[in-house]
Design a protein around this ligand. Structure first.
Ligand code: RB5
Length: 150
């Protein structure tokens, strides 16, 4: 069964809870890496908690949210092995799986509606990576991450 982690800072606590409810209704299990209230926290810590589980193979995919989606995506993308994409519409959620083999989707509570977030999560989790020429490009992302000249 697919393993999923979810995390957010205070700026997206409500969005995280709403996505969790959606996943619960679908019977999809996940690990909640916090935060656990609307009290102000530092987004890199929560992005790291979820992203590092994806990097270690403890989770297949991560859903990480903040007010904008931007800060958590920056934090997550600094974890080796993570390909995090900020998504703001259904097409992006689909294409970042098909072409980028993204393993983390980032969203902003002040950017997307809860309904759109749920739809993007469904698309992200059900879309396969196309491989082929896109594998070569994803391999180049890994090379950059490893400090190689490309
Ligand atoms: C927190 O105020 C806010 O900066 C954070 O949620 C996020 O949007 C950062 O990029």
């Amino acid at each position: 069964m697919m393993k999923l982690v979810i995390a957010a800072d205070h700026g997206a606590f409500e969005l995280k809870e709403s996505i969790k409810k959606h996943l619960d209704e679908k019977g999809v299990t996940y690990e909640d890496c916090g935060c656990y209230s609307k009290e102000s926290v530092d987004y890199p810590r929560f992005a790291y908690q979820a992203a590092s589980k994806v990097a270690k193979g403890e989770a297949d995919f991560g859903i990480i949210c903040c007010t904008t989606g931007l800060g958590v995506s920056m934090a997550a993308n600094k974890v080796k092995g993570v390909r995090a994409a900020v998504c703001t519409n259904e097409m992006l959620a689909e294409m970042t799986r098909r072409h980028n083999n993204a393993n983390v989707i980032c969203m902003g509570q002040n950017v997307v509606t809860p309904q759109l977030a749920n739809k993007m999560v469904d698309i992200f989790l059900s879309t396969e990576f196309e491989g082929g020429r896109h594998q070569r490009r994803v391999d180049l992302l890994t090379a950059i991450e490893n400090g190689e000249e490309i």
